[in-house]
Design a protein around this ligand. Sequence first.
Ligand code: ATP
Length: 374
Amino acid sequence: MTSPETRPGTRPEARRGGLLELRDVAVTYRSAAGDVPAVRGVSLELAEGEALGVAGESGSGKSTLALALLRLLPKTARVTGEIMLDGEDVLAMTWGRLRAVRWASASVVFQGAQHALNPVRRVGTQIAEPLLVHRMATPARARTRVTELLEQVGLPAWRARSYPHELSGGQRQRVMIAMALACEPQLIIADEPTTALDVMIQAQVLTLIRSLIAGRGISLIMISHDLSVLAATCDRLAVMYAGRLVETGPSREVFTGARHPYSRALAEAFPTVGDFASRMAPRGLGGDPPDPMRLPGGCSFHPRCPVALPSCAWRDVELWPADRAPEEPASPASSAPSHTAACVHVLPDPEAGPEPETTGEDETPAGRPAKESA
Ligand SMILES: Nc1ncnc2c1ncn2[C@@H]1O[C@H](COP(=O)(O)OP(=O)(O)OP(=O)(O)O)[C@@H](O)[C@H]1O
């Protein structure tokens, strides 16, 4: 089994220069109870051939962010900001263009393949479908391609004639991966691709994903609540809490040297890949993630944070370079530093900064007036 120490690291073919660029992306769901701000101000870049892991507890906004990338969200979702895929503005694409981009340029592997596959169609037909829909192969060529793809994901060619219910969970997930690879996309988005699988099969599928993207220049966004799985599979990690990014950086640095107390708790909850016995709520953290409709003021994490300062109740911090020495001139994370964290503890002076005016009323337990986060 692979540990984060033996993960492949940044592959040589990965280069910066943005296959995918997100600028200040926000997603709000309209609901009967009011607006739900599920993703707030996310900016990210993904290079060609790079694998990015997005981690966070349930409800942190991971799936919403992933689905927003290809406009796969329900109609009740409003997406703002900028999503550039290979230089094209996804939010401005016509539906025709979007259909062409889905599968052909970017494809999605969902969790729970038994629900994603059509139960009454043979898997070979389903793998061939994106090739035929996008007119990327003749029926004869598509059949050959299905055989190739099944072999690549470790299934015998005769499995093309099987129905999904005739396959195990791991085999179905392999079929989903074959479908995602069919049109040779530039980007694969994998949402909890191994969550439903047992330990051994999970390790096999992760190894498969890694080997298939490595060397082909395919970029990967993998979503999981398990930081160790992501650290073993991806070059970089992005940790989400309450809809925002709280830490980004090279996998090894974030996994073994997290600078945000939330990422640290996630890393401690999942110490090694496949250690299912330890799967639980992040160790040392009481409480639950906040309801997005009732976010606490200041840093959203401060009510659960073991190292919160009084100022965290009213002060929110943008992603800030985590690897900058305190004596270096500091500026917000504008020059794409490799490791960033949104925590006062990475600031040169955690207690610096203007305090808001206090009225003497509405004091928080920490003794500061609460202020809504941006
Ligand atoms: N269709 C919807 N309408 C209203 N709120 C929604 C909708 N879908 C998701 N949400 C809310 O948005 C927030 C983010 O949900 P999301 O599913 O993106 O989180 P997640 O990190 O992927 O969680 P999980 O790991 O459980 O899938 C949650 O508070 C969730 O309740």
